[in-house]
Ligand binder design. Structure first.
Ligand code: ADP
Ligand code: MG
Length: 897
């Protein structure tokens, strides 16, 4: 191993050979052995993990809470007045409550950071002469790395080769203009922004291709050095949680004011200061829905986990909430609605010869048949035209398809892989056919340009071969208008039959000089070779998913760069488009021009299929939709999709997409599948429903306690529950119950409703009605019971409280079942949809019954076992809340129909 001056060399000053030499590397890259030694020496190529919020921090944030302060004050007061037992109890309650809360929040955090880990960056590198894909973390100084547009630069690189490479280095330099790169050494001392022969980790490739030599990894990279200084801030809380924290704070303020008023009233009734203090504390605990933020965090975390199971990774928690509001999904075609398993089916040469290609998928299994049936022998005269088109398809190609043992490995663009697959199917293979040609340079495929090309040489002759969208290729060719028209309509016909069609052309060029960029208008007078047709089957699930969207009031749009006829064919098959509606093309959009005009908005609204659309136009379409008031989810995979993803209400990046798209997307669909996006929407709606259910339960039970107390005071009765009992009820039993609703699995009807308006508050009409009604019912029943026990029986005060407390626990446990649905009878929601709920209810009830029998708890809570008759009475009183709310739902649903 050479002595490597890795961290002191000014790499931009070295020329490429000496940089390679210093790092003991070469065009074949490092040896595996050497690489693993270096990995040992320099460590992994990663920055320290964003400190996963530590358990300590979470516990601290749980404790740093006004409510806890009140409780601690109450504990101290208990000790002062000689009620040490109460103090111990309060301490216990704080502990249990903090433990439950911290555990839940820690879990939520952990699963979030686990999901982030799934999003590892890969890098293409060369080791021992073999190109392969590895985790970017495994890169070491001396490795060779290949970059293409959309990649995130994985380590600091000294560039060895560039082809039209432009990088966005704004992360490092703050400069938003992209930077053109070259490979020449820069002798002068230069700062990072001007080191044009370097690609620094964290930058992204906007266009072109490049090869680079890793010169620094991990913390030694420029961005690593910054990262040490600026530790990344805490992840922002989703707006829903912020809103609910605010809501909780507001209630807390109101409660404090109310408490003071009540304290004065009680004082007039002759209560002593100590009791008043405890009572006010207890009331505050009842009325403040302190469990809300944690329960909501749990609900969102549960949703994120469920989404991950359905192949949707949420990068921004915000989108869990907003997914439910989505009114339009603007989807890619290739890979999202189709499987993106491109397979060549037909070859149609310009001399009229046609061939069928058999086989499926990314492999070389199959044959090429001349149209009625015979295999064409290679090298024979009439195969020359076939040879040429295959030559172009393989030379202007950036993919890899290889058979290793029994499997076929592939890398790169789907169309390119499919073309390589076609080559294997040629009798005798392509080796001898390609051998005489040496590729001089490539014009890489970029989706704006819709073609790719290659310059290649054989003996003295130099050729340019191109392949791409038929219109683009025809423009490069030496053809009469008539011929062009004929070929266009031939291609159209094939596209109408659902084929994806590529055109091919080739021509001799007089001279060749290597350039960074070959402008389109410099390509002309090529000879048209023919068409190759691909099939990319529909995803089976996509059709159902489109239907599901329709039922849910969500419009599905297809935005594609593909041919209008191909797009239309697929849209029809998916049931996404009616026959009468026409496809809007990028050209039509461009003709309208002003994207703010009514004509433009009308055009956009008139269709569900956009074809031959450029990434910029995609952004404009999204923009128009959002301005129209739609709530838009947009899918994307390329670098060029980033602006549209950013502009969308919900940016959906494809799992197979570029690093750049994944970075700006709010969520990532791992399997690229349209139906996964719809699953995400569904889970988003479920999550929002669950959030509402939790809020409903917490706020209504809090309100019930307040109602019970106020009525008792007004009736001149003693307080129905002691302070410790209220604490128990709120922080222990209720603290267990409220989490259960976060685990509800969704109701089917949720996906048959129209999307929720993003502006709609949580406390809409039905929610407020239910809150008030159930709060009053529970409050009145509890008060009535207390009144009865006090005035019409001779049961002693504390025994009566024992029963009121039990009644409250029971009613809350039953009320949970009311909260499972806003409209539907709770008897229509199967228990198996949330076993946890039963478990939590049993736990809450069990812990209370247990306490009724444990001397220590009996003592503190002033509770004791009761007789069977008393049990029956309590249970009988607990049921009406279920009946009343069932009736309410019945009335509501019958009103609606
Ligand atoms: P989509 O919206 O379906 O993903 P793309 O933007 O990927 O469409 O492709 C647009 C057009 O560019 C295709 O219809 C095809 O004509 C052309 N094209 C796609 N991939 C390649 C490639 N690898 N080489 C040459 N041309 C391509
Ligand atoms: Mg594409």
């Amino acid at each position: 191993m050479p002595k490597i001056e890795v961290f002191s060399t000014k790499w931009y000053q070295e020329d490429t050979e000496s940089a390679l030499a210093i790092l003991g590397s070469g065009i074949n890259g490092l040896g595996e052995e050497e690489a693993s030694q270096r990995l040992e020496k320099y460590g992994k190529n990663k920055l320290p993990d964003r400190t996963v919020i530590s358990l300590r921090k979470i516990i601290w944030s749980q404790l740093f809470n006004p409510l806890i302060f009140i409780l601690i004050a109450a504990g101290i007061a208990s000790v002062l007045i000689g009620e040490a037992k109460d103090a111990i109890f309060i301490l216990l309650v704080i502990l249990i409550n903090t433990a439950i809360g911290a555990y839940q929040e820690y879990n939520a955090e952990k699963s979030a950071s686990n999901l982030q880990k799934l999003l590892k960056i890969k890098a293409r590198t060369k080791r021992e002469g073999i190109t392969k894909e590895i985790d970017a973390e495994e890169l070491v100084p001396g490795d060779i790395v290949f970059l293409e547009s959309g990649n995130k630069v994985p380590a600091d690189l000294r560039l060895l080769e560039t082809a039209g490479s432009e990088l966005d280095e704004s992360l490092l330099t703050g400069e938003s203009q992209s930077v053109k790169k070259h490979t020449d050494a820069i002798p002068k001392v230069t700062e990072v922004p001007d080191r044009k022969n370097m690609a620094y980790a964290g930058a992204t490739v906007i266009s072109g291709r490049a090869t680079g030599l890793v010169v620094a990894t991990g913390l030694e990279t420029e961005v690593g050095k910054i990262a040490l200084n600026v530790q990344e801030g805490e992840s922002a809380k989703p707006p829903l949680i912020l809103r609910m924290e605010k809501f909780t704070r507001n209630i807390a303020n109101i409660v404090i004011v109310l408490s003071v008023v009540l304290a004065i009233m009680l004082r007039f009734q002759g209560m002593d200061f100590g009791s008043i203090f405890f009572f006010v504390v207890a009331l505050a605990v009842s009325a403040i829905p302190e469990g809300l933020p944690v329960s909501l965090t749990v609900a969102l975390a549960v949703a994120t986990r469920r989404m991950a199971k359905r192949n949707v990774i949420v990068r921004k928690l915000t989108s869990v909430e907003s997914l439910g509001s989505c009114t339009v999904i603007a989807s890619d075609k290739t890979g999202t609605l189709t499987v993106n398993q491109q397979t060549v089916k037909k070859i149609q040469l310009s001399n009229g010869q046609a061939f069928d290609v058999t086989g499926e998928g990314y492999n070389g299994d199959g044959e090429i048949h001349s149209n009625p049936g015979t295999s064409i022998p290679i090298g024979s005269n009439d195969s020359e035209n076939l040879d040429r088109i295959i030559r172009v398809s393989h030379l202007a190609n950036e993919a890899v398809l290889k058979k290793s043992e029994n499997t076929w490995d592939h890398h790169g663009d789907a169309m390119d892989v499919a073309l390589l697959g076609m080559g294997y199917k040629l009798k005798g293979g392509t080796t001898s056919l390609l051998a005489p040609f040496k590729v001089l340079d490539m014009i890489p495929y970029e989706s704006e340009r819709k073609f790719s090309g290659a310059f290649y040489q054989t003996e003295k002759k130099i050729f340019l071969g191109v392949k791409g969208a038929v219109e683009t290729i025809l423009d490069f060719c030496h053809l009469s208008d008539q011929e062009k028209e004929k070929l266009t309509s031939e291609a159209n016909q094939l596209a109408l039959n659902g084929y994806r069609v590529l055109g091919f052309a080739e021509g001799q060029v007089d001279s060749f000089t290597k350039k960074e960029y070959y402008p389109d208008n410099a390509i002309q007078s090529l000879e048209f070779l023919g068409l190759i047709c691909f099939i990319d089957p529909l995803r089976g699930e996509a059709k159902d998913a489109v239907q599901k969207c329709k039922a849910a009031g969500i419009e599905v749009l297809m935005i594609t760069g593909d041919h209008p006829a191909t797009a239309s064919n697929i849209a029809l098959e998916l049931g996404l488009k009616e026959k009468t509606r026409k496809v809007v093309t990028g050209k039509m959009l461009a003709e309208v021009g002003d994207t703010k005009s009514d004509a433009y908005v009308d055009l956009v609204s008139s269709t569900s299929v956009f074809a031959r659309v450029s990434p910029t136009q995609k952004l404009e379409i999204v923009d128009a939709l959002i301005n129209k008031g739609e709530f838009v989810a947009v899918t994307g995979d390329g670098v060029n999709d980033a602006p549209a993803l950013r502009r969308a209400n919900i940016g959906v990046a494809m799992g197979s997409g570029t690093d750049v798209a994944k970075e700006v997307g709010a969520m990532i669909v791992v399997d690229d599948n349209f139906s996964s996006i719809v699953a995400g929407v569904e889970e988003g709606r479920f999550a929002y429903d669950n959030v509402r259910k939790v809020i409903y339960l917490l706020v209504s039970t809090g309100a019930a306690e307040v109602v019970m107390f106020i009525l008792s005071i007004l009736a001149g009765l003693p307080l129905p529950l002691l302070a410790v009992q209220l604490l128990w009820l709120n922080l222990v039993t209720n603290g267990i119950q409220d989490k259960a609703l976060a685990f509800e699995s969704g109701e089917k009807e949720t996906m048959q409703k129209r999307p929720r308006k993003p502006s709609e508050g949580i406390f809409n009409r039905i929610m407020s009605e239910q809150l008030i009604l159930s709060g009053l019912v529970i409050g009145f029943i509890a008060f009535g019971f207390w009144l009865y026990l006090q005035n019409y029986t001779d049961i002693e005060e504390n025994s009566a409280r024992n029963m009121v407390l039990l009644l409250m626990v029971c009613m809350q446990n039953i009320h949970i079942f009311n909260c499972r649905s806003e409209y539907k009878s709770t008897f229509k929601i199967p228990i198996y949809k949330n076993y946890l709920l039963v478990l939590f209810v049993l736990a809450a009830q069990g812990i209370h019954i247990l306490s009724m029998h444990i001397p220590f708890m009996q003592d503190i809570l002033r509770i004791q076992p009761i007789s069977i008759q008393e049990w029956l009475l309590v249970l009988g009183l607990a049921l009406p809340v279920l009946l009343v709310m069932e009736l309410f739902k019945l009335v509501k649903t019958s009103n609606r129909t």
